[in-house]
Design a protein around this ligand. Structure first.
Ligand code: SAM
Ligand code: SF4
Ligand code: SF4
Length: 340
């Protein structure tokens, strides 16, 4: 069964955060050192995640991405991957990771049935990495990326949040690095989501500006024409190298958004910018039937009106979405809790 929301957008793509914890402190996501963490007893067990995934799949979800926080910090995450990979209706099972623990886990992730890996990589320079993440694991991240081909992974992506004056002079270097992995690099516009409490429009490098800079270096850049609800618009260089740009801030793609997010404690969010979500852990742990859960999720999706990034675009004098005080009161507003 497929369900559509009020803008005829199908429920299709589910991001599951498996932990709100992280071993980095990226300035655009976790600018503080310490956080209000989700209580451990509320974190869904793998069997609970698997049961919810079944319900979502009954309603048309066929793509799942594990995220966090840092998903590789969740103990035995390959066990969850094994449960999910065994579901025949799942067409795509991916993970987004900061790569720190990837070298040691890549083979186990592949053996468990994971299809694809996206690694977040904002810079090739160790000193910048240390400033941006307030940790010194850059070499581990590069080793993690390097371990993917030998573990049997193809279709790897590298995601870079581009920030003015921070890493916007590395676009071409990252594309060149991507060729050696091999991996497709995707540049993400800096977003004013929860957690990005120091965001400002001046630091956003727009898609148009990125294309201009890359055009000066590479000459002709052709858009890749394709039918897709994926957030990245893809472009090809004359040598055939393809890269993507996710223009979530200046040219949002809410009109075709089929994504929703499940937090590690089982709260379901219909939009990255949504201020509240639907608790699925409660009903699940009370033992409601699968039909009742299906009904709850379907009815919620059918009422969905979210177009968060488009609404943000219409604001004048745009400031960060939430301030630190609110994030402490409701950690679900954090990007590292909601899952990017
Ligand atoms: N820890 C993992 C990682 O970094 O890949 C997974 C979770 S992280 C929240 C998922 C993605 O969200 C990362 O690629 C990160 O760069 C992105 N992200 C976080 N805050 C962002 C922001 N303010 N603007 C744009 N992207 C952001
Ligand atoms: Fe950085 Fe990802 Fe951790 Fe956020 S969750 S601080 S983006 S590594
Ligand atoms: Fe989808 Fe919300 Fe992002 Fe728009 S802002 S693309 S509706 S998650």
């Amino acid at each position: 069964m497929n369900v559509e929301d009020t803008f005829q957008r199908r429920l299709r793509n589910l991001r599951i955060s498996v932990t709100d914890r992280c071993n980095l402190r990226c300035a655009y996501c976790m600018p503080e050192e310490d956080y209000v963490w989700l209580p451990r007893e509320q974190i869904l067990h793998f069997e609970e995640v698997s049961a919810l995934a079944d319900v979502f799949m009954d309603l048309g979800v066929d793509k799942i991405r594990l995220t966090g926080g840092e998903p590789l910090l969740r103990r035995d995450v390959d066990g969850l991957i094994r449960l999910l990979a065994a579901k025949p209706r799942l067409r795509d099972l991916a993970i987004t990771t900061n790569g720190v623990l990837l070298a040691e886990q890549a083979r186990a992730l592949k053996a468990a049935g994971l299809h694809r890996v996206t690694v977040s990589l904002d810079t090739l320079r160790p000193d910048r990495f240390a400033r941006l993440t307030r940790r010194s694991n850059h070499a581990q991240v590069l080793a993690g990326i390097g371990a993917l081909p030998a573990a049997g992974f193809t279709g790897t992506k590298l995601d870079t949040v581009v920030m003015r004056g921070v890493n916007d002079d590395e676009l071409a270097d990252l594309i060149e690095f991507g060729k050696t992995v091999p991996a497709e690099v995707r540049f993400i516009e800096y977003m004013d989501v929860g957690g990005a409490t120091q965001w400002s429009m001046e630091q956003v490098v727009s898609r148009a500006e990125m294309l201009e800079v890359l055009g000066r270096r590479y000459g002709r850049i052709e858009p890749v024409v394709e039918e897709s609800t994926a957030p990245a618009d893809r472009y090809a260089l004359t040598d055939g190298t393809v890269f993507g740009i996710i223009s979530s801030t200046t040219e949002p793609f809410c009109a075709s958004c089929d994504r929703s997010r499940l937090t590690a404690d089982g709260v379901w969010y219909l939009c990255l910018y949504a201020q509240s979500g639907v608790d699925l852990r409660g009903p699940l742990r009370r033992g409601v039937s699968r039909d009742e859960l299906t009904q709850l999720i379907a009815d919620t999706w059918k009422r969905r009106t979210d177009r968060g990034a488009e609404q943000r675009l219409r604001l004048r004098d745009r400031t960060p979405l939430v301030q630190i005080g609110r994030l402490r009161e409701d950690p679900h507003l954090e990007m590292h809790t909601r899952g990017g």
